[in-house]
Design a protein around this ligand. Structure first.
Ligand SMILES: O=C(O)CCC(=O)C(=O)O
Length: 294
């Protein structure tokens, strides 16, 4: 049996044609309950605590140049990228075939690989709630050297998330807006300010929170503008964003509107192709998370 075989129970939890049409229209999808086994999430939670305590199963060749919260950086939000390359329990979650199978259905791709991942911790802070917000951004706006406009992110909370525990929120349909290539405001906590700007531009802003039960996952299109609300729940919020690339994605040289050459950190981690370009299919860095059975 290949690694990419689902049980009949898992097949029943895949998005159906209506779900796929919804995703294409709205740029997000909330999975059915129970797509991730509790033990997988609990193990990832345990791995994240070990990671924060400094334990590593593998060490990256770089320490800076990407989001890499360290003990000593303070008690606020923590954001760590490429944890799948450093801690086996998070890797197991990132490459869980069901995540890839759902992403493949939604994007209409025969295969899906990992592109990046982010472990994000937010303390609860009722006194300074906005300090726990993630600002509006589109993931794809950070990945100029990706050729694909079919990138997708699986957002996996490691516990249930209610509306006061910093759910991810999306602007429904914003993946179809034009002119969002510079929406990179991850660190701007004034959510209402940007919503207002978009409304002034005549855009229809529909903000939808991804409140999820443990074991559920939300998916958003690479161009969907999203953020997360404040955490005032009295408990920390821990989530894992698994950024996925469709099988067609590859490196392309990219310059921004000002003519500046753009590079993304992934390029430093992977092997190169014979022509010297970064290889976004390097299995050591970008493992295949789903491949349709031949
Ligand atoms: O978890 C968050 O607050 C933000 C996650 C995010 O931006 C993403 O999943 O792309």
């Amino acid at each position: 049996m290949s690694a990419f075989t689902l049980t009949p129970e898992q097949v029943a939890l895949l998005p159906d044609d209506t779900d796929v049409a919804f995703y294409r229209e709205n740029g997000y999808y909330i999975s059915k309950e129970g797509v991730l086994p509790e033990a997988l999430i609990d193990s990832a939670y345990d791995g994240s605590q070990r990671f924060y305590a400094g334990e590593r199963d593998a060490v990256l060749p770089f320490d800076t140049g990407f989001s890499n919260w360290k003990a000593g950086d303070g008690d606020g939000q923590r954001n760590n990228e490429f944890v799948s390359l450093q801690k086996k329990e998070l890797k197991a979650l990132a490459v869980y075939p069901m995540l890839g199978a759902i992403a493949a259905r939604l994007t209409g791709s025969a295969s899906v690989r990992l592109l990046d991942d982010q472990l994000i911790y937010k303390p609860s802070n009722g006194a300074n709630a906005s300090s726990t917000i993630t600002g509006w951004h589109a993931d794809r706006a950070y990945w100029g050297t990706c050729s694909s406009d079919n990138l997708i992110t699986a957002w996996v909370p490691l516990h249930s998330v209610e509306v006061n525990r910093s759910p991810l929120v999306v602007m429904a349909g914003s993946h179809r807006w034009q002119g969002t290539q510079d929406v990179r405001f991850f660190n701007n906590q004034d959510l209402a300010g940007l919503e207002e700007k978009f409304r002034e531009q005549g855009r229809e802003v529909r903000v939808v929170p991804m409140t999820l039960k443990k074991g559920q996952v939300s998916f958003h299109h690479g161009w969907t503008i999203h953020a997360s609300f404040a955490n005032t729940s009295g408990q920390p919020r821990l989530s894992y964003a698994v950024h996925l690339q469709d099988g067609e994605n590859h490196y392309r040289p990219f310059r921004n509107a000002q003519g500046r050459e753009i590079h993304i950190f992934d390029e430093k981690l992977c092997r190169t192709l014979p022509n010297g370009d970064p290889d976004f299919s390097d299995p050591a860095v970008f493992p295949t998370v789903w491949s349709d059975p031949a």
